[in-house]
Design a protein. Structure first.
Length: 155
């Protein structure tokens, strides 16, 4: 693994189109985005290449974290590329590529994040617990879309 990179993956028991869709609309994202205990307030959202998601993550301890995502490439339902920083043109923004592959009736999602420097990657891991937070975020996504599938099967 590149010393500037974090890779997190998970198999989710839901169709690829639904897992991909969970990234495309605020009504979905607000239910699952972020590590356990975090909530999200969206200030602006436009899911398209060149569009932005301007939001604040609220930590369980009351700390607010301003966030800014610019979608750089979107290939439904296979791939999303983005830049993620604290504000527009953040020089420390990191690039993420999310891939969604059919895995039986489910989805194999891979989140590959590359930081501008090894030091920024190490800071994200050590100070912000980026690996565990990423795993929790995908866990929240899995729980959210699995519940949608379950409710759909019931009614």
């Amino acid at each position: 693994m590149d010393d500037r990179e974090i890779v997190i993956e998970r198999v989710i028991d839901a169709p690829r189109e639904l897992v991909f869709e969970a990234f495309t609309e605020v009504r979905h994202l607000s239910h699952w985005w972020g590590p356990e205990g975090f909530t999200t307030t969206t200030r602006a959202f436009e899911f398209r290449a060149g569009g932005v998601w301007d939001f604040v993550m609220h930590g369980p301890d009351g700390t607010d974290y301003p966030e800014w995502i610019t979608w750089t490439e979107i290939t439904p339902p296979e791939r999303i590329e983005l830049l993620h920083g604290e504000f527009r043109d953040d020089p420390n923004a990191f690039a993420s590529v999310l891939t969604f592959a059919a895995h039986g009736a489910g989805t194999h999602i891979v989140m590959r994040t590359v930081f501008p420097t090894r030091e920024l990657r190490d800071e994200a891991v050590e100070k912000y617990h980026a690996i565990e937070g990423g795993r929790q975020t995908l866990g929240n996504l899995a729980a959210y879309v699995t519940e949608i599938v379950r409710r759909g099967a019931e009614g």
